[in-house]
Write a protein that binds this ligand. Structure first.
Ligand SMILES: Cc1cc2nc3c(=O)[nH]c(=O)nc-3n(C[C@H](O)[C@H](O)[C@H](O)COP(=O)(O)O)c2cc1C
Length: 176
């Protein structure tokens, strides 16, 4: 298992429950997680009744603080997941704008060859979204859409969300 902390970016797409379950599942596996939440991410967390996940969740880096460790490749992280990932944040990462700490941290992961998992949530995708996802995949990111599966017969919304979360987490766990 990797002892380095991983970064969780939360942007303003619907699907706060994925971030909530990710934090819980990562904790169960002993993974240290540091958070970066966009302004719109906070608004959607509040709207979807999940704002409490920001309490007692460990380190949260301010979105405008480019002096924070995730802004530089000199800081060591095992990688980053953006969950959920809005089309706005995805487009900025694809364009390399680095204009908030979440986008900069994702940019750092790509330049350092670290794991970057983006979990887009939109429906339907337009051509710009699809092109941005292809560009990011080619740049080294994993694109794991928030598309839960049903073949294990989930009985609760948490179990359903976990079908996505487990797939994301598998990118950060090293199996013998
Ligand atoms: C309740 C709510 C739900 C939203 N859901 C989505 C979504 O699922 N996907 C998406 O790309 N944008 C969604 N948006 C729009 C984004 O929040 C908006 O594009 C914002 O600029 C994204 O900012 P960020 O990427 O900095 O967090 C939603 C907005 C609101 C208020």
């Amino acid at each position: 298992m990797n002892d380095l902390p991983l970064l969780l970016g939360i942007s303003g797409a619907s699907g706060s429950i994925y971030a909530k379950r990710f934090l819980l599942c990562a904790k169960e596996r002993g993974l240290a997680v540091e958070l970066i939440v966009t302004k719109n991410g906070r608004a959607v967390l509040r709207h979807e009744g999940c704002e409490d996940i920001l309490q007692n969740c460990g380190k949260i880096h301010e979105i405008d603080n480019f002096f924070a460790p995730p802004a530089t490749g000199s800081s060591c992280y095992s990688g980053m997941a953006v969950l959920p990932c809005s089309m706005g944040t995805l487009g900025c990462i694809a364009a390399g704008t680095s204009d908030n700490l979440l986008i900069r941290a994702a940019d750092v992961c790509l330049k350092e060859g670290r794991t970057l998992v983006l979990v887009p949530r939109e429906m339907p995708f337009n051509e710009i979204h699809l092109k941005n996802m292809l560009k990011l995949k080619r740049a080294g990111a994993a694109i794991i859409p928030a598309s839960p599966h049903f073949y294990k017969h989930p009985e609760t919304i948490e179990e359903l969300a976990d079908t996505v979360v487990e797939k994301v987490l598998s990118n950060f766990l090293h199996f013998p």
